[in-house]
Design a protein around this ligand. Structure first.
Ligand code: ATP
Ligand code: MG
Length: 577
């Protein structure tokens, strides 16, 4: 393609709104433009890269026997009501009404629609297994759309669904996806980490996420040199033992005027935060309609206790509460149950409160915690002796905690989730009545898996992993062009002529070439080529008199002179590697 005829709106300056490198560079390189919060237009270069990513995904899905379908993005509410997700997902679902007043939504994922298809069409074990996939737009009203393509409200997902007769069948379908995902991310040039994941709103028994470690990531992953890797939502680790004082004093109240944070309290009491007990209050609102029409039912309060230097992991808390919806308790609810402000809470004397204690506090003694009286705390508080509660794992792992597998310190790193695979089991098929006849003529519920990949996430993650101060350095497999041909001066007849004929021969050789035939200074052309991230550059200029063009590999910065007749073969050999 001739650059002079293309629309590649590169920007000199960094856009003010861009926080992370990929957002900044994709805007500057003219790949994308924003339409609304979390809604972007993909311009020519962005769309070329996205199509390449989709093609890689398609090839690898086809390779495991996936069949590509295309299902509607507009869904009737009834389907989502059957699984209970119309309410459960309401906060992130775009819900709307048609002119007849019927409820609809824009698909945020397709378990319901795929299961509906399966229950109407699949009849017999002979039709199993099936893997159905699509590459299609998803809509999610994300609370905080941000960072360019990282968290969108409108994005392209490859989602696939497997249907099997039994758990052993699901294991096979899951494994096929696991391997296909590895090939997809490797072919897209990503360095990734596979982690055990929390299944969240999807339900199901097992799930893995494919993560790209990057400071721009919104997820947190815990990894260890021994190979242990899990999402922070799910990760477990040991704790180094703490030497508590053996004092057998009773709890003793002491004034802590205006001390509100753990750090302030630790400094005031002259001890490290690990000798404090942090109290966090949550509320479980009663289900809608409970207690009868118009009658107020107070929420159930839950007090979560963790070590002073630990944080509550809300995914673990959700599991401990059996999936019940919860929220931080409001100050007035806290005052009613504890008789104090949130900064002075503790387990002693709390009324009608369920107490959950993190495992790391088991066996500890003589801790400092809130006294349930404003501006006061207690010291010498010992779990079991002074109060009781349910022990469970509730804390977020921190860097340096000993790995449960090998004892070495684990690392917590930010990461971008690019893919997620779930063993759904029978949850959706059961809720929606998707059954087939087995070999013995009995109706059995289908066993399902669901598997997602974010196309834009791959592109953003690739830019995060592959860029420098000059611009994007996309891997060849997903770069919009393989090679940019840059004549330094088109007013020079021989440069112009050689460039034109090289452009033709590169095209004939099947190279994806971007011919920078713009009437610009060489410096402008070089800067733009570096910015948009074409992996190879051929400069026609100074060395033409010797019959040479200067070849540059953008990612390795390797320079080489190539004779004109050899140029197409050189590009082809580089593109193939
Ligand atoms: P996240 O935790 O980031 O919100 P998720 O767990 O909701 O992701 P899934 O429902 O598993 O994601 O979706 C499958 C894939 O779709 C994700 O792995 C990710 O690559 C992509 N994805 C999900 N939400 C978004 C979004 N808001 N913008 C862009 N891509 C997304
Ligand atoms: Mg999400």
């Amino acid at each position: 393609m001739r650059w002079s005829q293309l629309f590649i709106p590169t920007l000199r300056e960094d856009p003010a709104e861009a926080e992370v490198a990929s957002h900044r560079l994709l805007l500057r390189a003219g790949y994308i433009r924003q339409l609304a919060a979390g809604v972007y237009s993909y311009l020519y270069l962005g769309q070329r890269s996205a199509l390449k990513i989709m093609q890689i995904i398609r090839e690898e899905m086809d390779r495991i026997g996936g069949q590509e379908l295309y299902l509607p993005a507009l869904h009737p509410a009834e389907l989502w009501r059957e699984t209970g997700r119309w309410e459960q997902m309401a906060a992130t679902m775009f819900q709307l009404k048609d002119h007849g007043g019927r409820d609809l939504c824009l698909g945020m994922t397709h378990e319901e629609v795929m299961t509906d298809l399966a229950r109407h069409e699949l009849r017999s074990y002979r039709q199993l297994p099936q893997i159905w996939y699509q590459i299609q737009v998803k809509f999610r009203d994300e609370a905080r759309p941000k960072s360019g393509l990282m968290r969108l409200r409108h994005f392209i997902m490859k989602d696939s669904y497997s249907f099997d007769l039994d758990d052993a069948g699901l294991d096979v379908s899951y494994q096929k996806h696991y391997e296909a995902y590895c090939r997809i991310f490797t072919r897209c040039g990503l360095t990734y980490q596979i982690v055990e994941a929390h299944s969240g709103a999807m339900g199901g028994s097992q799930s893995h996420e494919f993560m790209v470690i990057s400071p721009a990531g919104e997820d947190r992953v815990v990894t260890c040199a021994c190979g242990y890797a899990a999402n922070l939502e799910k990760a477990r680790a040991g704790v180094a033992p703490v030497e508590d004082s053996l004092d057998s004093a009773k709890p003793e109240i002491f004034p802590t005027p205006n001390i509100r944070t753990i750090e302030e309290l630790a400094a005031f009491a002259g001890v490290a935060p690990r000798f404090l007990m942090k109290s966090v209050a949550y509320a479980i609102p009663p289900p809608d309609g409970a207690g009868g029409e118009g009658k107020y039912r107070p929420p159930q309060l839950v007090l979560v206790l963790v070590r002073g230097d630990h944080e509550v992991n809300e995914a673990k808390l959700s599991e401990a509460l059996g999936g019940a919806a919860f929220r931080p308790a409001h100050p007035e609810e806290i005052r009613q149950a504890f008789g104090a402000d949130p900064g002075f809470l503790g387990p002693l004397g709390a009324k009608d409160v369920r107490i959950l204690i993190d495992e790391a506090l088991r066996g500890r003694r003589n801790l400092i915690t809130g006294a349930n009286r404003d501006h006061h705390h207690l010291r010498y508080v010992t779990p079991e002796r002074d109060f009781t509660g349910e022990y469970t794992d509730l804390r977020a792992v921190s860097s340096g905690d000993p790995c449960l597998e090998c004892g070495q310190p684990v690392t917590v790193s930010p990461a971008i989730e690019v893919g997620h695979i779930f063993k759904l089991g029978r949850r959706y098929a059961e809720a929606m009545g998707a059954r087939v006849l087995d070999r013995d003529g009995h109706l059995v519920t289908l066993v399902m898996g669901s598997y997602g990949i974010g196309v834009e996430r791959i592109l953003t993650a690739a830019v995060e992993q592959h860029h420098d101060k000059l611009g994007i350095k996309l891997p060849r497999s997903i770069a919009p062009f393989q090679v940019v041909l840059t004549p330094v001066n088109l007013n020079d007849a021989s440069i112009c002529q050689t460039s034109e004929s090289l452009y033709q021969s590169l095209q004939q050789a099947g190279c994806e070439v971007l011919y920078d035939d713009r009437d610009e200074r060489a410096g402008v052309k070089f800067n733009d080529a570096d910015l948009i991230g074409v992996p190879l550059r051929l400069t026609v200029g100074r060395k033409l008199a010797e019959g040479l063009v200067e070849a540059l590999d953008r990612s390795s910065a390797e320079r080489q002179d190539v004779t004109i007749p050899q140029t197409p073969a050189w590009v082809r050999s580089r593109s193939a590697s």
